[in-house]
Design a binder for this molecule. Structure first.
Ligand SMILES: NC(=O)c1ccc[n+]([C@@H]2O[C@H](COP(=O)([O-])OP(=O)(O)OC[C@H]3O[C@@H](n4cnc5c(N)ncnc54)[C@H](OP(=O)(O)O)[C@@H]3O)[C@@H](O)[C@H]2O)c1
Length: 243
């Protein structure tokens, strides 16, 4: 059975991705940080597809946490075919003027360094397959109010995608970025985005927010054989929203 690793699999896009991959027959290892009950429920549902599921609490920004997790994944499954670096978010919105170095570093850690850590630890377990980075439309647009550090981190993922597609391509490992638009997950409550339905009605060409499953299905396609010639690409999943 192919093996997938998803960071931040307890809620939202990550949870939908764990389930989508389990449905396709992947054994799945995933992490969570705060949402233990949700993680347990996601694992239970994924196991219902007859695959093995390992889930652990691991801070995606902590090398030590992720090293312990990667070691356990290596011992349990022996290899990894798909890595989805999904953990991230915008826990606090701040303008440049409201920000300080600690804030900047925390956003870069959460949304960019976390992807580096996962990649550095899991690529040695990969003999092929794909790495997917969950970036954001904010990488292009700069995001809403107080999202400059988040947007910078998500744009950083695009550079990481292109550079590592080049570096890992010769080893048969593809690297692809997925850029969700307005997706209905707990992200927006934490980021205090406001009324996302109104945003979507005004901004998104198809006039609605997206569902986490609509991103997860794209990720599941991208890690599979059907996407074997997609490498270094930026895949928009936003219903049409570029401004
Ligand atoms: N929703 C959108 O509109 C949207 C748009 C563009 C991009 N994105 C990106 O999509 C990704 C998933 O977000 P989402 O919308 O699904 O939001 P979400 O429901 O808030 O999910 C975030 C996930 O990341 C985990 N996480 C957060 N900090 C972590 C840390 N330090 N260590 C480990 N796990 C951590 C959370 O785990 P716990 O809950 O267990 O702490 C949760 O599983 C994020 O990278 C986000 O930036 C979302």
């Amino acid at each position: 059975m192919p093996v997938a690793v998803v960071t931040g699999g307890s809620t939202g896009i990550g949870a939908a991705t764990v389930k989508a991959l389990a449905r396709r027959g992947y054994d799945v290892a995933f992490t969570y940080l705060r949402s233990e009950a949700q993680a347990r429920a996601v694992a239970k549902e994924a196991e219902g597809h007859g695959v093995r599921v390992l889930y652990r609490r691991a801070d995606a920004t902590s090398w030590n946490d992720m090293k312990m997790f990667a070691d356990e994944v290596g011992r349990t499954f022996g290899r990894v075919d798909a890595l989805v670096a999904n953990a991230g978010g915008l826990p606090q919105r701040r303008t440049l003027e409201e920000s300080d170095l600690e804030y900047w570093r925390s956003l870069i850690d959460l949304n960019l360094t976390s992807a580096y850590i996962a990649t550095r630890l899991f690529v040695p377990l990969m003999k092929g397959g794909a790495v997917i980075y969950v970036s954001s439309v904010a990488a292009y647009t700069g995001g809403g109010r107080g999202a400059f550090a988040y947007a910078a981190a998500k744009a950083g993922l695009l550079g990481l995608t292109r550079a590592l597609a080049k570096e890992l391509g010769p080893r048969g490992i593809r690297v692809v970025a997925v850029l969700p638009g307005l997706i209905d997950t707990p992200f927006h409550e934490k980021a205090q985005t406001g009324d996302i339905e109104t945003w979507a009605r005004n901004m998104v060409y198809i006039r609605r927010v997206g569902k986490p499953e609509e991103v997860a299905e794209v990720i599941a396609f991208l890690v599979g054989d059907g996407a074997s010639y997609i490498n270094g690409a930026f895949i928009d999943v936003n219903g049409g929203w570029y401004g």
